[in-house]
Design a protein around this ligand. Structure first.
Ligand code: BG6
Length: 483
């Protein structure tokens, strides 16, 4: 594998760069994981020179790196790797100037963290300046289009200059430790896999609740909405990891082959399914804790039909999952930040305790991804006592306490792993073209059906778990959301 000596960062002065990419690169540098000679070249439209870019990078690190991990002299040392080239993606001669600073033959990785409308001109500019080619890897940050057609257009523009094996599509959820741990849980243990099917699993819930609102991203978010912003990518990736068949190996082809089969097996949601399978919402005014929060429309400054919440009932139509609902739910301005996969097993076939008055509950596996990283299996246990008035059973957690088991390991930002994999040339945790397109295909179908049926987002109070219709969505099946 070609070693990378330059990381070229488009959108280097943007929010993602400040909050995630630079802090991640700093973290890798402090841990001695970056190639010794790696240069990081930032580009953006702002007029900056190398020194002012370095200063803004250090300021971003001070703000976004946890205080106990930030060290001023280490940050300065890291900043010495940085340089800056002012560039407008539509300005071809600008790329030629950029190319004077970089020799792709020495190993080049490019990270596009810009608006997707700039992907095509940027790729063309890179190619015209000789910055594409065999030695070069290209990483792209979402959104990769806003539907299947626009995503294909981007993918075609990329494919014209970069082969698939050097294209690294980011879904930062795949960089999260607990998400990768899902693979360890399923495929490094014997206990779960025999039960991991419709014979033993009643249903699966995947929830991504956020407390944040628009975060100043109204231009992007209002044109996107929760379905395209969160479900199309992160949540379908989580679903694919939960539902996929055991891959033969932990490698990019085996893992992605299995995920794409799941994505292609998603049952389309047609117009007739919308009433029982889809709920959308938009947050109204409310409070999170004791913090009052404005309504979406007020935060946006105008009325809008964009959904900030979506709940879906999905099905994976294959032998393993026939009849098992996958309930997906995500929203902004929910009462707590919580990403969780909840798997409810079926009830025991017969209770020997029933005549002694004891109730049993089905086992549940709760995989908490954030903010807590934990895996908990809920099992029934006997409440201590002499049982003269009947046996009492209680649900107790068997904790795979990741937090405690690995307490002394620094929790990394998801992008640390992804940037390092990009530098190392390992695409396993990146999304392949066929996956993205299968994701869009299903999402486009959902949207088309809801548009056809005139589905409108229901208002929910900020700080609540979404509109009451979302509760009805599962209750109709006798299921409750795990809050
Ligand atoms: C991004 C979305 O992809 O993921 C944001 O665009 C969302 O709207 C974010 O807030 C959530 O990421 P995380 O890592 O905080 O769960």
């Amino acid at each position: 594998i070609q070693k990378v000596s330059t990381l070229l960062l488009f959108g280097a002065t943007g929010d993602l760069s400040h909050r995630m990419l630079l802090p991640s690169l700093y973290g890798l540098d402090v841990d001695g994981l970056l190639p010794e000679k790696l240069k990081i070249v930032g580009t953006a439209r702002s007029e900056l020179d190398d020194d002012s870019f370095r200063a803004s990078a250090v300021a971003a690190l001070r703000e976004h790196v946890p205080t106990d991990f930030f060290d001023h002299s280490r940050a300065d040392q890291f900043a010495a790797r940085l340089s800056y080239v002012q560039l407008d993606a539509k300005d071809k001669p600008g790329f030629a100037k950029l190319a004077e600073r970089i020799d792709p033959a020495d190993g080049l990785a490019i990270f596009l963290s810009t608006a997707p409308s700039l992907f095509e001109p940027t790729i063309q500019g890179l190619a015209s300046a000789g910055l594409a080619g065999d030695e070069v890897r290209l990483a792209l940050e979402k959104p990769l289009g806003s539907n299947l057609a626009s995503s294909r257009e981007i993918n075609d523009a990329v494919a014209a200059e970069f082969p698939e094996e050097r294209t690294f599509r980011i879904d930062h959820y795949l960089g999260k430790e607990t998400v990768q741990n899902l693979l360890a849980l399923r495929f490094a243990n014997v206990a779960f896999e025999p039960l991991w099917n419709s014979a033993h699993i009643d249903h699966v819930q995947i929830s991504v609740a956020e407390t944040v609102g628009l975060e100043g991203r109204s231009d992007y978010y209002d044109g996107s909405g929760a379905l395209r912003d969160m479900v199309q990518n992160h949540m379908l990736q989580l679903l694919a990891l939960v539902a996929m068949e055991p891959p033969a190996d932990f490698d990019a082809t085996s893992i992605r082959d299995e995920k794409v089969k799941v994505l292609r097996s998603l049952r389309p949601i047609g117009p007739d399914d919308v009433p029982n399978h889809v709920v959308t919402g938009q947050f109204g005014a409310g409070a999170i804790g004791d913090q009052p929060v404005k309504a979406y429309a007020e935060e946006l400054g105008r009325t809008s039909q964009t959904e900030t919440f979506v709940a879906l009932k999905a099905h994976v139509e294959n032998w393993r999952w026939a009849g098992v609902p996958f309930y997906l739910r995500t929203g902004k301005r929910m009462p707590a930040r919580k990403t969780e996969i909840f798997i409810q097993f079926k009830c025991i076939p017969h209770s020997i305790f029933a005549k002694r008055g004891a109730k049993t509950r089905p086992n549940k596996l709760v995989i908490s991804i954030q903010p807590e990283e934990n895996i908990r299996l809920m099992v029934m246990a006997k409440t201590p006592g002499l049982d003269r008035e009947g046996i009492r059973l209680r649900e107790v957690p068997l904790d795979v306490g990741l937090r405690d088991a690995f307490a002394d390991t620094r929790r990394r930002i998801a992008y640390e792993r992804l940037l390092l994999d990009l530098i190392d040339g390992d695409p396993t945790l990146f999304v392949r073209r066929d996956e993205v397109e299968a994701q869009w295909q299903w999402i486009d179908g959902v949207r088309a059906s809801w548009e056809q049926t005139g589905l409108e987002p229901k208002v929910y109070g900020a700080g609540s778990w979404g509109p009451s219709a979302a509760i009805a969505l599962t209750e109709r099946d006798g299921v409750q959301w795990h809050d």
